[in-house]
Design a protein around this ligand. Structure first.
Ligand code: DSN
Length: 425
Protein backbone atom coordinates (compact mmCIF):
# COMPACT_ATOMS: atom_id res chain seq x y z
CA UNK A 1 0.00 0.00 0.00
CA UNK A 2 3.03 2.30 0.03
CA UNK A 3 2.82 3.39 -3.61
CA UNK A 4 1.31 6.50 -5.09
CA UNK A 5 -2.31 5.86 -6.14
CA UNK A 6 -2.73 3.56 -9.14
CA UNK A 7 0.85 3.43 -10.39
CA UNK A 8 2.19 0.96 -12.91
CA UNK A 9 5.08 0.32 -10.49
CA UNK A 10 2.61 -1.09 -7.96
CA UNK A 11 1.00 -3.25 -10.61
CA UNK A 12 4.37 -4.52 -11.78
CA UNK A 13 5.38 -5.56 -8.27
CA UNK A 14 2.05 -7.16 -7.38
CA UNK A 15 1.22 -8.93 -10.61
CA UNK A 16 3.96 -9.09 -13.25
CA UNK A 17 1.82 -11.33 -15.49
CA UNK A 18 -1.02 -8.83 -15.80
CA UNK A 19 1.50 -6.00 -16.04
CA UNK A 20 3.25 -7.75 -18.93
CA UNK A 21 -0.01 -8.37 -20.77
CA UNK A 22 -0.99 -4.70 -20.40
CA UNK A 23 2.40 -3.59 -21.66
CA UNK A 24 2.07 -5.94 -24.65
CA UNK A 25 -1.40 -4.54 -25.39
CA UNK A 26 0.01 -1.01 -25.15
CA UNK A 27 2.65 -1.94 -27.75
CA UNK A 28 0.00 -3.49 -29.99
CA UNK A 29 -2.13 -0.34 -29.81
CA UNK A 30 0.94 1.78 -30.49
CA UNK A 31 2.27 -0.14 -33.47
CA UNK A 32 -0.85 -1.25 -35.33
CA UNK A 33 -3.17 0.75 -37.52
CA UNK A 34 -6.63 0.15 -36.12
CA UNK A 35 -9.74 0.60 -38.24
CA UNK A 36 -12.26 -1.09 -35.93
CA UNK A 37 -15.17 1.33 -36.22
CA UNK A 38 -16.33 0.90 -32.62
CA UNK A 39 -12.96 1.45 -30.93
CA UNK A 40 -11.11 4.58 -29.93
CA UNK A 41 -8.17 5.71 -27.80
CA UNK A 42 -9.50 7.33 -24.63
CA UNK A 43 -7.41 10.31 -23.52
CA UNK A 44 -4.93 10.17 -20.64
CA UNK A 45 -7.39 12.21 -18.56
CA UNK A 46 -10.18 9.69 -19.20
CA UNK A 47 -7.85 6.78 -18.39
CA UNK A 48 -6.73 8.48 -15.19
CA UNK A 49 -10.31 8.94 -14.04
CA UNK A 50 -11.32 5.43 -15.04
CA UNK A 51 -8.40 3.97 -13.13
CA UNK A 52 -9.07 6.05 -10.02
CA UNK A 53 -9.96 5.19 -6.43
CA UNK A 54 -13.65 5.97 -6.90
CA UNK A 55 -13.83 2.26 -7.76
CA UNK A 56 -13.74 1.79 -3.98
CA UNK A 57 -17.06 3.52 -3.34
CA UNK A 58 -20.54 2.06 -3.14
CA UNK A 59 -23.19 4.58 -4.18
CA UNK A 60 -26.49 2.84 -4.90
CA UNK A 61 -29.10 5.43 -5.71
CA UNK A 62 -28.66 8.80 -7.36
CA UNK A 63 -26.84 12.04 -6.40
CA UNK A 64 -28.09 13.29 -3.01
CA UNK A 65 -30.38 10.23 -2.76
CA UNK A 66 -27.93 7.42 -1.97
CA UNK A 67 -28.20 4.36 0.23
CA UNK A 68 -24.67 4.86 1.63
CA UNK A 69 -22.87 7.61 3.49
CA UNK A 70 -19.75 9.28 2.19
CA UNK A 71 -21.07 9.96 -1.30
CA UNK A 72 -20.29 13.71 -1.49
CA UNK A 73 -17.50 13.40 -4.05
CA UNK A 74 -19.02 10.71 -6.21
CA UNK A 75 -22.15 12.88 -6.27
CA UNK A 76 -20.00 15.67 -7.70
CA UNK A 77 -18.74 13.57 -10.61
CA UNK A 78 -22.16 12.10 -11.40
CA UNK A 79 -23.73 15.57 -11.40
CA UNK A 80 -20.99 16.85 -13.68
CA UNK A 81 -21.56 13.97 -16.10
CA UNK A 82 -25.32 14.64 -16.10
CA UNK A 83 -24.95 18.40 -16.66
CA UNK A 84 -22.46 17.93 -19.47
CA UNK A 85 -24.51 15.25 -21.23
CA UNK A 86 -27.54 17.57 -21.11
CA UNK A 87 -25.49 20.46 -22.43
CA UNK A 88 -24.08 18.42 -25.31
CA UNK A 89 -27.16 16.53 -26.41
CA UNK A 90 -29.94 18.87 -25.22
CA UNK A 91 -31.87 15.99 -23.65
CA UNK A 92 -34.55 16.47 -21.00
CA UNK A 93 -33.22 13.67 -18.79
CA UNK A 94 -30.13 11.47 -18.72
CA UNK A 95 -29.04 8.53 -16.63
CA UNK A 96 -25.26 8.08 -16.73
CA UNK A 97 -25.13 4.86 -14.70
CA UNK A 98 -25.50 2.08 -17.33
CA UNK A 99 -22.42 -0.13 -17.29
CA UNK A 100 -22.70 -0.69 -21.04
CA UNK A 101 -24.69 0.05 -24.18
CA UNK A 102 -26.44 -3.27 -23.82
CA UNK A 103 -27.67 -2.37 -20.34
CA UNK A 104 -28.67 1.08 -21.55
CA UNK A 105 -30.86 -0.56 -24.20
CA UNK A 106 -32.26 -3.05 -21.72
CA UNK A 107 -33.22 -0.14 -19.49
CA UNK A 108 -34.93 1.75 -22.31
CA UNK A 109 -36.97 -1.33 -23.24
CA UNK A 110 -37.95 -2.36 -19.73
CA UNK A 111 -38.89 1.14 -18.62
CA UNK A 112 -42.02 0.91 -20.79
CA UNK A 113 -42.30 -2.64 -22.18
CA UNK A 114 -42.95 -6.01 -20.61
CA UNK A 115 -41.74 -9.45 -21.66
CA UNK A 116 -43.55 -10.70 -24.76
CA UNK A 117 -44.11 -7.24 -26.25
CA UNK A 118 -43.27 -6.65 -29.89
CA UNK A 119 -40.27 -4.63 -31.04
CA UNK A 120 -39.14 -3.74 -34.56
CA UNK A 121 -35.43 -3.12 -35.13
CA UNK A 122 -32.84 -3.09 -37.88
CA UNK A 123 -31.70 -6.56 -38.91
CA UNK A 124 -28.25 -7.44 -37.56
CA UNK A 125 -27.46 -8.98 -40.95
CA UNK A 126 -28.11 -5.58 -42.56
CA UNK A 127 -26.02 -3.58 -40.11
CA UNK A 128 -28.23 -3.50 -36.99
CA UNK A 129 -27.15 -4.50 -33.50
CA UNK A 130 -27.42 -7.61 -31.37
CA UNK A 131 -29.48 -5.80 -28.72
CA UNK A 132 -32.09 -4.68 -31.24
CA UNK A 133 -33.92 -8.02 -31.22
CA UNK A 134 -31.43 -10.72 -32.21
CA UNK A 135 -32.78 -14.08 -31.08
CA UNK A 136 -29.50 -14.97 -29.36
CA UNK A 137 -29.64 -11.78 -27.28
CA UNK A 138 -31.86 -10.83 -24.30
CA UNK A 139 -33.76 -8.48 -26.62
CA UNK A 140 -34.87 -11.35 -28.87
CA UNK A 141 -35.40 -13.71 -25.93
CA UNK A 142 -37.58 -11.29 -23.93
CA UNK A 143 -39.45 -9.63 -26.77
CA UNK A 144 -41.09 -10.70 -29.98
CA UNK A 145 -38.72 -9.14 -32.47
CA UNK A 146 -39.32 -8.17 -36.09
CA UNK A 147 -36.80 -6.59 -38.45
CA UNK A 148 -36.42 -4.08 -41.23
CA UNK A 149 -33.34 -3.84 -43.43
CA UNK A 150 -31.82 -2.11 -46.41
CA UNK A 151 -32.94 -2.16 -50.01
CA UNK A 152 -31.04 -4.71 -52.12
CA UNK A 153 -30.14 -2.18 -54.82
CA UNK A 154 -29.42 1.05 -52.94
CA UNK A 155 -28.19 -0.74 -49.79
CA UNK A 156 -29.82 2.05 -47.79
CA UNK A 157 -32.85 1.92 -45.52
CA UNK A 158 -36.10 1.84 -47.47
CA UNK A 159 -38.35 3.94 -45.24
CA UNK A 160 -41.53 2.91 -47.09
CA UNK A 161 -40.65 -0.72 -46.37
CA UNK A 162 -40.08 0.15 -42.68
CA UNK A 163 -43.53 1.77 -42.62
CA UNK A 164 -45.12 -1.33 -44.16
CA UNK A 165 -43.31 -3.62 -41.74
CA UNK A 166 -44.43 -1.50 -38.78
CA UNK A 167 -48.04 -1.70 -39.97
CA UNK A 168 -47.75 -5.47 -40.25
CA UNK A 169 -46.17 -6.21 -36.88
CA UNK A 170 -47.51 -3.21 -34.84
CA UNK A 171 -44.48 -2.92 -32.52
CA UNK A 172 -44.68 -1.38 -29.06
CA UNK A 173 -41.22 -0.01 -29.75
CA UNK A 174 -39.46 0.95 -32.97
CA UNK A 175 -35.69 0.60 -32.58
CA UNK A 176 -33.33 2.67 -34.73
CA UNK A 177 -29.53 2.59 -34.86
CA UNK A 178 -26.84 0.43 -36.36
CA UNK A 179 -23.33 -0.85 -36.00
CA UNK A 180 -22.58 -1.19 -39.71
CA UNK A 181 -24.61 1.40 -41.62
CA UNK A 182 -22.80 4.35 -43.16
CA UNK A 183 -25.64 6.68 -44.11
CA UNK A 184 -27.48 9.46 -42.28
CA UNK A 185 -30.52 8.20 -40.40
CA UNK A 186 -33.78 10.06 -41.02
CA UNK A 187 -35.09 10.53 -37.48
CA UNK A 188 -38.17 12.62 -38.35
CA UNK A 189 -39.25 9.84 -40.71
CA UNK A 190 -38.71 7.18 -38.05
CA UNK A 191 -40.72 9.27 -35.59
CA UNK A 192 -43.54 9.51 -38.12
CA UNK A 193 -43.51 5.71 -38.58
CA UNK A 194 -43.47 5.07 -34.82
CA UNK A 195 -46.32 7.50 -34.19
CA UNK A 196 -48.41 6.06 -37.02
CA UNK A 197 -48.51 2.69 -35.24
CA UNK A 198 -48.52 3.98 -31.66
CA UNK A 199 -44.97 2.77 -30.91
CA UNK A 200 -42.30 4.25 -28.70
CA UNK A 201 -39.16 5.32 -30.55
CA UNK A 202 -35.76 4.21 -29.27
CA UNK A 203 -32.67 5.49 -31.09
CA UNK A 204 -29.34 3.88 -30.24
CA UNK A 205 -26.59 6.33 -31.27
CA UNK A 206 -23.70 4.29 -29.86
CA UNK A 207 -21.72 4.45 -33.09
CA UNK A 208 -22.47 8.04 -34.08
CA UNK A 209 -22.60 9.70 -30.64
CA UNK A 210 -19.51 11.83 -31.31
CA UNK A 211 -20.94 12.99 -34.62
CA UNK A 212 -24.30 13.81 -33.02
CA UNK A 213 -22.54 15.61 -30.15
CA UNK A 214 -20.85 17.94 -32.61
CA UNK A 215 -23.77 18.43 -35.01
CA UNK A 216 -22.16 16.42 -37.80
CA UNK A 217 -25.04 13.95 -37.81
CA UNK A 218 -28.61 15.12 -37.09
CA UNK A 219 -29.73 14.59 -33.51
CA UNK A 220 -32.55 12.18 -32.65
CA UNK A 221 -33.24 13.94 -29.34
CA UNK A 222 -36.27 15.97 -30.54
CA UNK A 223 -37.87 12.90 -32.11
CA UNK A 224 -37.20 9.91 -29.87
CA UNK A 225 -38.66 8.82 -26.55
CA UNK A 226 -35.32 7.22 -25.66
CA UNK A 227 -31.80 7.76 -26.97
CA UNK A 228 -29.13 5.34 -25.79
CA UNK A 229 -25.42 5.35 -26.40
CA UNK A 230 -22.15 3.83 -25.42
CA UNK A 231 -19.51 6.32 -24.38
CA UNK A 232 -16.39 4.72 -25.86
CA UNK A 233 -16.84 4.75 -29.62
CA UNK A 234 -16.81 8.07 -31.51
CA UNK A 235 -17.56 9.77 -28.16
CA UNK A 236 -14.06 8.63 -27.04
CA UNK A 237 -14.79 8.09 -23.36
CA UNK A 238 -14.63 5.09 -21.03
CA UNK A 239 -16.25 1.75 -21.92
CA UNK A 240 -19.82 2.28 -20.67
CA UNK A 241 -23.35 3.43 -21.56
CA UNK A 242 -25.90 6.18 -21.03
CA UNK A 243 -29.69 6.59 -21.50
CA UNK A 244 -31.31 9.87 -22.46
CA UNK A 245 -35.08 10.27 -22.52
CA UNK A 246 -38.05 12.60 -22.49
CA UNK A 247 -38.92 13.95 -19.03
CA UNK A 248 -42.06 11.80 -18.90
CA UNK A 249 -39.91 8.63 -18.91
CA UNK A 250 -37.30 9.91 -16.43
CA UNK A 251 -38.66 8.18 -13.33
CA UNK A 252 -39.20 4.86 -15.10
CA UNK A 253 -35.70 4.90 -16.60
CA UNK A 254 -34.01 5.72 -13.29
CA UNK A 255 -36.02 3.04 -11.49
CA UNK A 256 -35.24 0.32 -14.00
CA UNK A 257 -31.50 1.04 -14.01
CA UNK A 258 -31.37 1.05 -10.22
CA UNK A 259 -32.73 -1.04 -8.56
CA UNK A 260 -34.12 -2.80 -11.65
CA UNK A 261 -31.02 -3.88 -13.52
CA UNK A 262 -27.88 -2.74 -11.72
CA UNK A 263 -26.57 -2.44 -8.19
CA UNK A 264 -23.81 -0.03 -7.27
CA UNK A 265 -22.86 2.30 -10.11
CA UNK A 266 -19.23 2.22 -11.29
CA UNK A 267 -18.31 5.63 -9.94
CA UNK A 268 -14.78 5.59 -11.39
CA UNK A 269 -16.30 5.01 -14.83
CA UNK A 270 -18.88 7.75 -14.26
CA UNK A 271 -16.00 10.08 -13.34
CA UNK A 272 -14.36 9.15 -16.65
CA UNK A 273 -17.66 9.78 -18.49
CA UNK A 274 -17.73 13.28 -16.98
CA UNK A 275 -14.19 13.90 -18.26
CA UNK A 276 -14.97 12.59 -21.75
CA UNK A 277 -18.09 14.76 -21.92
CA UNK A 278 -16.02 17.79 -20.94
CA UNK A 279 -13.61 16.96 -23.75
CA UNK A 280 -16.56 16.57 -26.14
CA UNK A 281 -17.57 20.18 -25.41
CA UNK A 282 -14.27 21.55 -26.74
CA UNK A 283 -13.80 23.01 -30.25
CA UNK A 284 -10.95 20.50 -30.76
CA UNK A 285 -13.45 17.67 -30.43
CA UNK A 286 -15.56 19.02 -33.28
CA UNK A 287 -12.43 19.33 -35.44
CA UNK A 288 -11.59 15.75 -34.56
CA UNK A 289 -15.04 14.53 -35.63
CA UNK A 290 -14.74 16.45 -38.91
CA UNK A 291 -11.44 14.67 -39.51
CA UNK A 292 -13.03 11.31 -38.72
CA UNK A 293 -15.60 11.83 -41.48
CA UNK A 294 -13.10 13.29 -43.94
CA UNK A 295 -10.77 10.33 -43.36
CA UNK A 296 -13.58 7.79 -43.81
CA UNK A 297 -14.63 9.44 -47.07
CA UNK A 298 -11.07 9.56 -48.41
CA UNK A 299 -10.43 5.94 -47.49
CA UNK A 300 -13.70 4.76 -49.06
CA UNK A 301 -13.13 6.81 -52.22
CA UNK A 302 -9.55 5.54 -52.57
CA UNK A 303 -10.61 1.91 -52.24
CA UNK A 304 -13.49 2.50 -54.66
CA UNK A 305 -11.03 3.83 -57.24
CA UNK A 306 -9.10 0.57 -57.00
CA UNK A 307 -12.24 -1.44 -57.73
CA UNK A 308 -13.36 -2.27 -54.18
CA UNK A 309 -17.14 -2.09 -53.90
CA UNK A 310 -18.22 0.17 -51.04
CA UNK A 311 -21.65 -0.82 -49.69
CA UNK A 312 -24.21 1.91 -50.54
CA UNK A 313 -21.51 3.63 -52.61
CA UNK A 314 -19.86 5.64 -49.83
CA UNK A 315 -20.22 7.03 -46.35
CA UNK A 316 -21.66 9.98 -44.43
CA UNK A 317 -20.15 8.85 -41.14
CA UNK A 318 -17.10 7.34 -39.47
CA UNK A 319 -17.42 3.92 -41.09
CA UNK A 320 -18.19 1.95 -44.22
CA UNK A 321 -18.39 -1.64 -45.44
CA UNK A 322 -16.37 -3.07 -48.30
CA UNK A 323 -17.92 -5.88 -50.33
CA UNK A 324 -14.99 -8.11 -51.30
CA UNK A 325 -16.93 -10.54 -53.49
CA UNK A 326 -15.52 -9.25 -56.77
CA UNK A 327 -11.97 -9.51 -55.37
CA UNK A 328 -12.40 -13.24 -54.76
CA UNK A 329 -11.54 -13.03 -51.06
CA UNK A 330 -13.73 -13.47 -47.99
CA UNK A 331 -13.98 -11.09 -45.05
CA UNK A 332 -12.34 -13.72 -42.85
CA UNK A 333 -9.35 -14.06 -45.19
CA UNK A 334 -9.02 -10.29 -45.53
CA UNK A 335 -9.08 -9.81 -41.76
CA UNK A 336 -6.35 -12.43 -41.25
CA UNK A 337 -4.11 -11.07 -44.02
CA UNK A 338 -4.46 -7.45 -42.89
CA UNK A 339 -3.86 -8.48 -39.30
CA UNK A 340 -0.60 -10.14 -40.34
CA UNK A 341 0.38 -6.84 -41.94
CA UNK A 342 -0.43 -4.77 -38.83
CA UNK A 343 -3.76 -3.38 -40.06
CA UNK A 344 -6.65 -4.25 -37.76
CA UNK A 345 -10.18 -4.39 -39.19
CA UNK A 346 -13.12 -6.73 -38.68
CA UNK A 347 -14.79 -9.06 -41.12
CA UNK A 348 -18.42 -8.08 -41.54
CA UNK A 349 -21.52 -9.44 -43.22
CA UNK A 350 -22.72 -7.29 -46.08
CA UNK A 351 -26.46 -6.88 -46.73
CA UNK A 352 -27.91 -10.05 -48.31
CA UNK A 353 -24.64 -11.87 -47.62
CA UNK A 354 -24.63 -15.46 -48.79
CA UNK A 355 -21.76 -16.41 -46.52
CA UNK A 356 -22.15 -17.13 -42.79
CA UNK A 357 -21.17 -14.27 -40.43
CA UNK A 358 -18.05 -16.15 -39.28
CA UNK A 359 -16.74 -15.99 -42.86
CA UNK A 360 -18.58 -12.94 -44.27
CA UNK A 361 -18.20 -11.34 -47.70
CA UNK A 362 -17.04 -7.99 -46.42
CA UNK A 363 -15.02 -5.97 -43.99
CA UNK A 364 -15.98 -2.96 -41.88
CA UNK A 365 -13.62 -0.01 -41.63
CA UNK A 366 -13.86 2.98 -39.33
CA UNK A 367 -11.63 5.98 -38.75
CA UNK A 368 -12.17 7.09 -35.10
CA UNK A 369 -8.88 5.62 -33.88
CA UNK A 370 -6.56 6.70 -36.68
CA UNK A 371 -8.05 10.20 -36.51
CA UNK A 372 -7.37 10.32 -32.75
CA UNK A 373 -3.73 9.46 -33.54
CA UNK A 374 -3.66 12.42 -35.91
CA UNK A 375 -3.63 10.74 -39.32
CA UNK A 376 -5.14 12.89 -42.06
CA UNK A 377 -6.44 12.44 -45.59
CA UNK A 378 -3.01 12.16 -47.23
CA UNK A 379 -2.20 9.33 -44.82
CA UNK A 380 -5.47 7.64 -45.80
CA UNK A 381 -4.23 7.61 -49.39
CA UNK A 382 -1.13 5.75 -48.23
CA UNK A 383 -3.33 3.35 -46.22
CA UNK A 384 -5.42 2.58 -49.32
CA UNK A 385 -2.30 1.46 -51.12
CA UNK A 386 -1.10 -0.63 -48.14
CA UNK A 387 -4.49 -2.37 -47.88
CA UNK A 388 -4.58 -3.04 -51.60
CA UNK A 389 -1.10 -4.55 -51.61
CA UNK A 390 -2.13 -6.99 -48.88
CA UNK A 391 -5.50 -7.89 -50.38
CA UNK A 392 -3.98 -8.46 -53.82
CA UNK A 393 -1.75 -11.17 -52.33
CA UNK A 394 -3.39 -12.18 -49.05
CA UNK A 395 -1.28 -15.32 -48.64
CA UNK A 396 2.15 -13.80 -49.26
CA UNK A 397 4.17 -13.44 -46.09
CA UNK A 398 6.74 -11.30 -47.83
CA UNK A 399 4.03 -8.70 -48.53
CA UNK A 400 2.77 -8.92 -44.94
CA UNK A 401 6.31 -8.31 -43.66
CA UNK A 402 6.95 -5.34 -45.92
CA UNK A 403 3.58 -3.70 -45.19
CA UNK A 404 3.99 -4.35 -41.46
CA UNK A 405 7.24 -2.40 -41.58
CA UNK A 406 5.59 0.51 -43.36
CA UNK A 407 2.64 0.44 -40.93
CA UNK A 408 5.06 0.59 -37.99
CA UNK A 409 6.85 3.56 -39.55
CA UNK A 410 3.53 5.33 -40.17
CA UNK A 411 2.43 4.68 -36.56
CA UNK A 412 5.75 6.04 -35.28
CA UNK A 413 4.94 9.35 -36.98
CA UNK A 414 1.75 9.54 -34.87
CA UNK A 415 2.74 8.52 -31.32
CA UNK A 416 0.15 7.82 -28.63
CA UNK A 417 0.06 7.20 -24.86
CA UNK A 418 2.75 9.69 -23.78
CA UNK A 419 2.00 9.14 -20.10
CA UNK A 420 2.40 5.37 -20.34
CA UNK A 421 5.64 5.80 -22.22
CA UNK A 422 7.14 7.83 -19.39
CA UNK A 423 5.80 5.72 -16.56
CA UNK A 424 9.03 3.80 -15.96
CA UNK A 425 9.00 0.89 -13.58
N1 DSN B 1 -19.47 -4.54 -30.89
C1 DSN B 1 -19.77 -3.20 -31.28
C2 DSN B 1 -19.32 -2.91 -32.68
O1 DSN B 1 -18.24 -3.33 -33.03
O2 DSN B 1 -20.00 -2.24 -33.42
C3 DSN B 1 -21.17 -2.82 -31.09
O3 DSN B 1 -21.57 -3.09 -29.78
Amino acid sequence: MGHAVGTLKALHETDPEVFTAIRAEEKRQREKLVFIASENYASSAVLAAQGCLMTNKYAEGYPRRRYYGGCQHVDTVEELAIERAKQIFGCEHVNVQPHSGSQANMAAYLSVLKAGDTILGMDLAHGGHLTHGSRVNFSGILFQAFFYGVDRTTETIDYDAVQRKAEECRPRMLVVGASAYSRVLDFPRFQHIAQSVGAYLLVDIAHIAGLVATGLHPSPIPYADFVTTTTHKTLRGPRAGMVMCKAEHAKAVDKIIFPGLQGGPLMHVIAAKAVALKEALSPAFRMYQEQVIANARTLAAGLDELGYRIVSGGTDTHLFLVNLTSKGITGKEAQAALDAAGIIINKNAIPYDEKPPAVASGIRMGTPIVSTRGLGQSDMTQVVSLIDRVLQRPQEERVHRQVRKEVKALCARFPIFHTYQHAQV
